[in-house]
Design a protein around this ligand. Structure first.
Ligand SMILES: C=C(O[C@@H]1C=C(C(=O)O)C=C[C@H]1O)C(=O)O
Length: 338
């Protein structure tokens, strides 16, 4: 992905293959037909997330570095680190309420980050089973998750503390599977999108505590100017704080892509004090989440037109955090630009 002194790189692997020589695997995220618990395997942290049906091509996201890795388990979290980067994965089992277990899982992760000294979290992903269903108390599971996360963030960062780019999306299996990337000495800058209300400021309409995440995160290792790697959060058809074009997949694609283009744009990076600018064509690793399988052809056509031919794009059919959202897209525009 990048050519830093300590290079962190993402690859999407469609069939098992050997790690290139001189590289070391920090984390493997396998998108499977079933969940598999976080574990250390062959020296790397590994998690399996139930995101595809048995008939669909499976894909594994591999996070590699060029420095040797130390791995281990900490309170059910599987982690690996190389002195500059930390990868950590966890799973909250299926249950009637997620507030407390999510708070505890986040606390364990904050503890680990502190203990190992990787204070700069640059990206976090959550895959939430039954995301739009009610929990045992009648609260939507996504809102229940947001409550536990907000309480953990308050506790560790204070109410004003900001979190990096994230994804909070459905999964086919139950419970919550999640993973994060953090750095020891790199610079993390969290970005907002002028077209959207910052998620932590969403009104109570969407749940008792808002989602804590940034629209994008710029990660620059020491000595790298500009945006470095740009992680674009899961993005959907939301303007201000409202879903727009309920029921219209083509228009939801347009708004989603427009939001992504805006957050990466030179205008927006400059507004955040970063002298750089990216376009949708700079995205290399793109995950696309589509609620209804029948919408896939329209979404694929929109993505093929928007992204570069060399982008790796994977599609998943899963639910999205608001029941009126039909599509969500995330991506990484790595440094250096190609
Ligand atoms: C699509 C949105 O939110 C989704 C939920 C997220 C979360 O809760 O971490 C992060 C990004 C998206 O996956 C949005 O609010 O715009």
């Amino acid at each position: 992905m990048a050519t830093y002194p300590h290079g962190l790189r993402c690859r999407l692997v469609r069939s098992p293959e050997a790690t290139p020589s001189g590289r070391h695997v920090l984390g493997r995220v396998a998108f499977l037909g079933h969940h598999s618990a976080p574990a250390v395997r062959a020296g790397a942290s590994e998690i399996g997330i139930h995101l595809v049906g048995a008939e669909v091509e499976r894909v594994t996201e591999v996070w590699e570095t060029d420095s040797p890795v130390v791995s281990g388990m900490y309170q059910d979290l599987a982690y690996a680190h190389d002195g500059e980067y930390l990868f950590c994965a966890g799973q909250v089992p299926e249950g009637g309420s997620y507030r407390e277990p999510v708070r505890n899982a986040y606390r364990a992760a904050f503890d680990l980050i502190g203990k190992l000294d990787y204070p700069h979290v640059m990206r976090i992903w959550h895959f939430i089973g039954d995301i739009n269903r009610a929990n045992a108390d009648g609260m939507e599971i996504y809102r229940d998750f947001c409550l536990g996360r907000a309480e953990a963030v308050d506790h560790h960062l204070g109410r004003a503390g900001d979190m990096p780019a994230a994804t909070g999306i459905g999964a086919l299996g139950g419970g919550i599977s999640w993973y994060l990337l953090a750095s020891r000495s790199g610079r993390v800058r969290n970005l907002e999108n002028p077209l959207q209300v910052p998620a932590p400021s969403y009104p109570h309409l969407y749940g008792p505590r808002p989602p804590k995440f940034a629209r994008a995160t710029s990660f620059s290792p020491p000595g790298i100017d500009g945006a470095g790697d740009l992680f674009v959060a899961g993005t959907a058809s939301i303007l201000g704080h409202e879903t727009v074009h309920a029921g219209d997949i083509a228009k939801q694609c347009d708004v989603t892509l427009g939001n992504m283009a805006m957050v990466m744009s030179r205008e927006n990076l400059l507004a955040h004090g970063i002298d750089d600018g990216r376009t949708l064509k700079d995205l290399r690793f793109v995950k696309v989440y589509v609620r209804r399988a029948e919408d896939l052809p329209v979404v694929r056509a929109a993505c093929a037109a928007a992204f570069s031919d060399t982008a790796e794009i994977v599609y998943f059919t899963v639910d999205i955090c608001r029941s009126d959202l039909l599509v969500e897209i995330e991506g990484i525009a790595p440094y250096p630009r190609s």
